[in-house]
Ligand binder design. Sequence first.
Ligand code: G
Ligand code: G
Ligand code: MN
Ligand code: NA
Length: 254
Amino acid sequence: FVMESELSRALERGELSMHYQPQCSLQTGVVVGAEALMRWKHPTRGMVAPGEFIKLAEETGLVLPIGAWAIENVCGQLKAWRDAGVKSPPVAVNLSARQFQQAGLVQTVRRALESSGVVGRQLVLELTESAVMQDVEAAIVTLRELKELGVGIALDDFGTGYSSLSHLKRFTIDHLKIDHSFVRDITTSPDDAAICNAVIGLAHNLRVQVVAEGVETVEQMNYLRRRYCDSMQGYLFSKAVPAGAYAQLLASGN
Ligand code: G
Ligand code: G
Ligand code: MN
Ligand code: NA
C-alpha cells in the first residue's frame, strides 16, 4: 500500500530510477530499441514496480512531475551514453493519459531535448489507445507538435482499448505495440493468432512498425517472425535492467 506523501517524497529524495527493457529485431536479433520502465527504490520495501504506484500517481496528479522527471532522466541518460561512446538505439518512455492531455507536455519534451542536446529521433513516446481516443482532435494536434520535435510515437497495449483502427491513419504513429495478452496464446489460440496477423497487416499497410510485447517463448518468437512482425520485447530476450546493464548489453553486440 503506497501513500501519496511517500510518493511525492520519492521524487524529491531521488528514489526513482529508470530500467531499460531491450527490444530486438525479429529478422536480425539486433537490439533496435528499449522501453524505459520506472522503478522506485523504497527505503523499507525495496524495489517497487510502477504497477503498484502509477495509478495513485495518476489519481493524485503526481504523475505530471514524475512523468516529466522520467522524460528528463531518459534524455540525460541518452546524453551520458552518447558522451561515453555507447551507441544507443531510440528509447521509449511511457506517458499516462493525463500527461498526454496536459498543456505543458510538448514544452517539457522540447526542453528535455534541448538541455541534453539529444536529437528527437532518439526518443519515442508510448501512448495508450485510451489516451489518444479521449479527445481525438486534440490528440492529432499534440501528436503533430511532437512529430515536429522529431520524436517517435508508439501506440501501447494495442488491441485492448477502443477500436481505433479508423483513426490510426490520422495519428502520426511510428510503432504499434501488440499487447502481451494477444501474444501469450498466439501459438495455441486461432483467435489470438488472427488478431495478431490482422494487426501486423494493417500496421504495415499504414507503414507502421510492429513490436510484440511479452514474448516469453521461442515458439511465440518464431511465429511472430514468420508473420513479419518487426521486433519483440519480453522475458525471452531480457527483462528490464538498470542503465549500466543495458549499456553492457549494447556494447557486447548482443
Ligand atoms: O514494469 P511494470 O510491469 O510494473 O509496468 C507497469 C505499467 O507501468 C506499464 O503499463 C507501464 O506502461 C507503466 N509505466 C512504467 N514506467 C512508467 C513511466 O515512467 N511513466 C508512466 N506514466 N507509466 C509507466
Ligand atoms: O503496459 P506496458 O506495455 O507499458 O508495460 C510493460 C510491462 O510488461 C512492464 O511492466 C514489463 O515488466 C512487463 N513485461 C515485459 N516483458 C514481459 C513478458 O515477457 N511477460 C510478461 N508477463 N510481462 C512482461
Ligand atoms: Mn509501455
Ligand atoms: Na503494453
